[in-house]
Design a protein around this ligand. Structure first.
Ligand SMILES: Nc1ncnc2c1ncn2[C@@H]1O[C@H](COP(=O)(O)OP(=O)(O)OP(=O)(O)O)[C@@H](O)[C@H]1O
Ligand SMILES: [Mg+2]
Length: 271
């Protein structure tokens, strides 16, 4: 396994803001989706797994290396790249120039350069190549950021809600591409997503986040079952598959701190 949490405890600023307690788990490989209600810790989990934040107790091993021991930002990025939610950055270059720069600074073989054209074709970025990156739309930027992360060539990639700004048919196309890419290149890719149907359709494995700080992981078809999803969301599953608006109104309430009173920090692993 390429990522391992050992007795990990994490809180933001103050132990009262506990997110995970004494969590030990080997993360599954391949394409893995992270699913759970708002505030259950999906983003925090990926930041820990990718060495972007450090636990107060316990250890994260990323490809066998303690994330606290990574010698440089470059080493960390090569081990795991991270596509943040709403990622924007200052750049005067055009999209086409940036795609090349990212490929050249990453770890792919130069012979794999056709990956740039492949991504431009698959994500329909052709008309944007001469456009400054800053002048693209939210959805376009999201596709470009995904392309950057693949072109960089890390063996592990974290993506925080990578398709949230895309139209429905694009969500499918991008996730389909990611699934094929992960299988072709034998990498591990973790992404958070709120659409359960897509998560099930396009993931090899899943991690389900519960409000009490515990998680469950396993093959997507065994994990995203009616019972387990209802347990995580505490509502009938029929509601979960309805339109997004309904989903938002009924389910995306913040976690109640009271739920943490019976904090288990447990991990269930389905084989
Ligand atoms: N920078 C921060 N400072 C303090 N608390 C934070 C911070 N970021 C997140 N939290 C809290 O940590 C918990 C986990 O948050 P996290 O962002 O990991 O959840 P999430 O599952 O990604 O939610 P969402 O689906 O809304 O993206 C929540 O209770 C949240 O309020
Ligand atoms: Mg999040």
């Amino acid at each position: 396994m390429s990522i391992r949490f050992e007795n990990l405890t994490y809180y933001y600023n103050d132990p009262e803001n506990l997110v995970f307690r004494n969590l030990s788990v080997d993360l599954p490989g391949g394409l893995t989706s992270l699913v759970g209600q708002n505030g259950t810790g999906k983003t925090t989990f990926m930041l820990l797994a990718g060495g972007r934040i450090m636990p107060q107790e316990g250890t994260v091993f990323l490809s066998g290396i303690d994330t606290r021991e990574m010698s440089s930002e470059d080493e960390r990025n090569k081990l795991a790249s991270f596509v943040y939610q709403n990622m924007e950055f200052e750049a005067d270059e055009t999209v086409g120039e940036l795609l090349k720069i990212v490929f050249e600074s990453g770890s792919h073989n130069p012979e794999e350069k056709n990956l740039i054209d492949d991504l431009v074709g698959a994500f329909e970025l052709g008309t944007l190549l001469n456009r400054p990156f800053q002048k693209t739309s939210k959805g376009e930027m999201q596709k470009i950021n995904i392309a950057f992360s693949l072109l960089y060539g890390s063996k592990t990639i974290m993506m925080d809600e990578p398709v949230f700004a895309l139209e429905n048919h694009w969500k499918d196309r991008v996730l389909e591409y990611l699934k094929n890419y992960v299988h072709d290149k034998h990498i591990n890719l973790y992404y958070s997503i709120h659409e359960l149907d897509l998560s099930r359709k396009y993931s090899d494995n899943g991690i389900l986040f519960f409000k009490n700080g515990s998680i469950a992981s396993g093959p997507a078809d065994r994990l995203f079952t009616k019972e387990k999803v209802e347990e995580a969301y505490q509502v009938p599953s029929e509601l979960l598959y309805k339109r997004e608006s309904l989903f938002r109104d009924h389910l995306l309430k913040p976690a109640n701190p009271k739920d943490y009173e019976n904090f288990e920090g447990s991990v269930k692993v389905y084989e």
